[in-house]
Write a protein that binds this ligand. Structure first.
Ligand code: GRF
Length: 207
């Protein structure tokens, strides 16, 4: 399967996908890595791996115009699935519709907690610490036209210890993100997922 990975930052989630493919754990090919941030270290990770990568600025572009550029590239590269790996932009309704249930996102909380507009990066963990939750975690979900609201594919929890800070929590959750992103992508590439309403179930299971 041909995948496109969209990033905005360090690209540790991109890296685990690269590694999983190299270790033959994932039957997919990353055709392109696109970043809306020219300084994203994830672009360096792609370059090192000989993966086609590009910076596309969002400046002077509406959400629709940016998504249109993405769609052109996805069609040219015959992309099957899109992974938002720390990508901090909303995609247009049109793109989401054309790629319905073929775009996945990794979010560093147990959705529907601590998600949506303004909840990204370390902020998510600061809010979790501040709220005093005892467990948090990560979520992989299909992307729909809003932020972090699509059908959930996989979640995994971690304990929040008394001594945890937002930083230490972020590190714990990042490990979980990497695990569930690869396992979700594997199910997607092996066509093992079925979406019924908001529920994502494994094919072959009784509905
Ligand atoms: C991290 O905050 C992660 O939780 C979220 O995006 C951010 C960057 O991740 N998914 P990455 O290291 O760039 O993959």
């Amino acid at each position: 399967k041909k995948i496109a990975v969209l990033i905005s930052g360090s690209g540790t989630n991109l890296q685990v996908i690269i590694d999983a493919i190299l270790q033959k754990k994932l039957n997919a090919e990353i055709k392109i890595v696109i970043s809306n941030n020219k300084d994203a270290y994830g672009l360096v990770r792609a370059e090192k791996q000989g993966i086609k990568n590009m910076f596309i600025s969002t400046r002077d572009l509406t959400c629709e115009e940016y998504s249109e550029k993405l769609l052109e590239i996805f069609n040219k590269e015959e992309i099957d699935f899109v992974v938002l790996a720390g990508f901090l932009k909303i995609l247009s309704k049109d793109l989401v519709m054309q790629y319905k249930n073929r775009i996945i996102n990794i979010h560093p909380s147990l959705i529907p907690s601590f998600c949506g507009k303004g909840y990204y990066g370390i902020k998510v963990h600061e809010k979790a610490i501040e709220y005093g939750v005892k467990v948090t975690g990560a979520t992989v979900h299909f992307v729909d036209e809003n932020a972090d609201t699509g059908p959930i594919i996989e979640q995994r929890a971690v304990d929040v210890d008394d001594f945890d800070t937002a930083k230490s929590l972020q590190q714990k959750v990042l490990v979980i993100e990497h695990e569930i992103l690869v396992s979700s992508l594997k199910k997607l590439c092996n066509d093992e997922l079925k979406v019924i309403g908001r529920r994502v179930i494994k094919k072959g299971d009784k509905d």
